[in-house]
Design a binder for this molecule. Structure first.
Ligand code: TYD
Ligand code: MG
Length: 411
């Protein structure tokens, strides 16, 4: 199907991820946790096509036509060319597609449709993998037969088991994953699989009162409420596909009351956090073993890559000592088990974006290339050197001299 013109959905960030739009006869699976905004995204795409004069069909198996209309009211005028079909059977969807020959059909969601006339459905286990797969196979066959691009919405559960959708990935042409933290506005759309283009593009959206809007400058959202000068905060630049996100990573430490101190991570890899803490314990005087450590990446994004290690080390050290990391500093580097700070992928890109966001200092691995104009780059060999440079260890007394440290945990 290479070379067939894709139909732009009209939702710019979605088209960016799709490398142009939806290819005729293709099947796209849109997965994401409940409440993340899947129904909103597909409705906006449908409304945009309908506003351009194309007949499009929404097979709404979860929500009544009334509920869809209420959602649509928030998004503005819904053109008459958008047909909303509140059905739960694949047979009815096929009949409607044959009948109306839409330019695009969306099934929301694949977990809530059934193959036959809907009677067997109620007895079969709702959303069971076998049933979901059977329905998906029928809808894939429909897309190929009619050449109508078909989007299947699929719910993904919090623990990452895509109950159903994962089992569908090999059946479909494109798998999109809609991610983010429901409690934050920022949403990331990525192509996990894409038969018609590269998978590196990321779509960024902001959920607001009138639906999803594209985000041109994620830094404004991610750094907007930062409290510069507060101990425990460090800024890091992470890669998301071809985008660079500059975000704040925070650590909070409290004196532990248990034998086994707690370690918690939101948006970070817990295994990497444990490793970075072990490095701090082994290579500095910080009382890592005595404290519970809570870490989080602000804004609901993930910074699970090794390049965030150095920022984690600085944030935790800052939280323990009470000494803030300078507000104009960004930290990027992988931390090795011997305490060395190692190279990371695409450092120039990370520093360019950091400079654009107003950061004037960077702490990076020794081997780093020159930074962008106007950015002071500090190269370090080891975590210890990085902490010393920022006065995060100089204030940590060795045993017997605890009174000099400003951090309450060490006093
Ligand atoms: P929804 O698209 O229903 O999520 P999903 O289909 O993935 O379960 O929308 C999720 C949330 O977004 C819901 O809590 C309401 C909110 N929302 C807005 O904040 N603004 C809007 O304009 C719309 C339509 C929804
Ligand atoms: Mg929904």
């Amino acid at each position: 199907m290479q070379g067939v013109a894709a139909i732009p959905t009209g939702v710019s960030e979605l088209d960016r991820v799709l490398a142009g739009g939806l290819v005729p006869g293709s099947v796209t699976l849109l997965g994401g946790e409940p409440g993340i905004g899947k129904s909103t995204l597909v409705l906006q795409a449908l409304a945009s096509r309908a506003a351009a004069g194309s007949r499009v069909l929404l097979a709404s198996a979860e929500e009544s036509a009334h509920q869809v209309r209420r959602r649509a009211d928030r998004l503005g005028d819904i053109p008459g060319e958008l047909l909303v079909l509140p059905v739960t059977s694949v047979a009815a969807i096929e009949a409607a597609v044959d009948d109306t020959r839409p330019e695009l059909v969306v099934v929301d969601s694949i977990q809530s449709v059934v193959a036959g006339d809907g009677v067997a459905a109620r007895s079969a286990a709702s959303g069971s993998v076998a049933r979901v797969r059977e329905c998906a196979e029928l809808l894939v066959a429909m897309a190929k037969r009619t050449d109508v691009p078909t989007v299947l919405v699929g719910h993904v559960t919090k623990d990452g088991s895509l109950a159903g959708p994962r089992a569908l990935e090999h059946l479909v042409d494109t798998v999109l994953s809609f991610e983010g933290d429901r409690h934050h506005a920022l949403r990331l759309l990525r192509a996990v699989k894409h038969r018609f283009g590269p998978t590196g593009e990321i779509g960024l959206f902001q959920m607001g009162a009138a639906g999803l809007a594209p985000v041109d400058d994620p830094a404004r959202l991610l750094l907007g409420d930062r409290r510069p000068g507060a101990p425990g905060g460090t800024v890091v630049a992470v890669l998301e596909g071809r985008r660079t996100l500059v975000a704040e990573l925070q650590a909070l430490v409290v004196r532990s009351t248990t034998q086994q101190p707690r370690r918690a991570a939101v948006g970070l890899d817990l295994g990497r956090l444990a490793m970075t803490l072990a490095v701090l314990q082994r290579h500095t005087d910080l009382p890592v073993r005595m404290v519970d450590v809570f870490t989080s990446v602000v804004g609901g994004i993930r910074a699970a890559e090794p390049a965030a290690d150095l920022a984690v080390a600085l944030a935790v050290s800052s939280a323990i000592t009470g000494v803030p990391v300078p507000a104009d500093l960004v930290a990027v580097g992988e931390v090795g088990l011997t305490g060395e700070v190692r190279q990371v992928a695409d450092l120039p890109r990370r520093l360019d974006e950091s400079a654009r966001c107003g950061f004037t200092r960077a702490i990076v691995p020794r081997s780093a290339p020159p930074g962008p104009d106007g950015m002071h780059v500090v190269r370090v060999d080891s975590v210890g050197q990085a902490l010393a440079h920022l006065d995060l260890v100089a204030l940590v007394p060795s045993a017997g001299a605890r009174g000099t440290c400003p951090g309450t945990l060490l006093a």
